[in-house]
Design a protein around this ligand. Structure first.
Ligand code: PXP
Length: 250
């Protein structure tokens, strides 16, 4: 099946603005201010991960983002009862389920869906009924992609962390093999009726081969952009990522 649409959305993850704030227990820098700048710079959405330990984004940050953002919020969270009730209270545009504990991960680092299918199907049902687009963060691993489709998720987000690490370590043959797995899983997920997103660890050097997959509709990028913002400012850092993405999507 051919991909329906070539537009590629950029979701900017602002978690690490909160990491810098929390390092000093100060009120600044404010993740909401970063999110609004990202909106102005062309972000199609904002992503924030409310971790169980609240190490970066806080509950108050989610309140502020929900109240103030014009673009959709993608709330990343673990599949816990506490997070489910927070998501049901806010009803963000999208909820992306991510692993936070070692035992919830597949080898490559995505959510272990295949071994937890029943629980996850029940977990996402009320979120779907509340109108949230449920996304599952998975490794480029066929059983995980197939399980995500079976439990009724609307979206899979393919984990690009292994591909980016292999690139950074100069292990190019292994990087290319991982890229091939990502390409195959993007095609499979699309054929199974899932919308395909990707993210984790993407940089200016690694984004284009992923952005070139025609099935991918959204990239979620944070850590590199927040770091790059130190040198060129957040707006220009985002604009350059957007340019690189658009260059390969024509
Ligand atoms: N997508 C998901 C599901 C994530 O958990 C993260 C990290 O929070 C990202 C994308 C963004 O990764 P990075 O900050 O490395 O760009």
């Amino acid at each position: 099946m051919a991909a329906a649409q070539t537009t590629l959305r950029l979701g900017v993850n602002i978690d690490h603005v909160a990491t810098v704030r929390n390092a000093r227990g100060s009120a600044y820098p404010d993740p909401l201010r970063a999110a609004k700048l990202a909106e102005e710079a062309g972000a199609d959405g904002i992503t924030a991960h409310l971790r169980e330990d609240r190490r970066h984004i806080s509950d108050a940050d989610i309140d502020a983002l929900m109240a103030e953002l014009r673009v959709p919020l993608n709330l990343e969270m673990a599949a816990t009862a506490e997070m489910q009730s927070i998501a049901l209270r806010h009803k963000p545009h999208a909820v992306c389920l991510v692993p936070e504990k070692r035992e919830e991960r597949t080898t490559e680092g995505g959510l272990e869906v295949a071994k937890d299918e029943n629980r996850l199907a029940h977990f996402i049902a009320p979120l779907r009924e509340a109108g949230c687009r449920v996304s599952i963060f998975v490794a480029a691993d066929q059983p995980q992609v197939e399980a995500a489709a079976r439990i009724g998720a609307a979206v899979v987000e393919l984990h690009t962390g292994a591909y980016c690490d292999l690139h950074a370590e100069g292990r190019f043959a292994e990087r290319d093999a991982e890229l091939e797995r990502l390409r195959d899983m993007a095609a499979l997920a699309h054929d199974l009726g899932l919308e395909v997103h990707a993210g984790h660890g993407l940089t200016y050097d690694t984004v284009q081969p992923i952005a070139a997959f025609p099935q991918i509709m959204e990239l979620n990028i944070g850590h590199f952009l927040i770091g790059e913002a130190i040198f060129r400012g957040l707006g220009p850092a985002i604009a350059e990522m957007r340019r690189l993405m658009d260059e390969v999507r024509g």
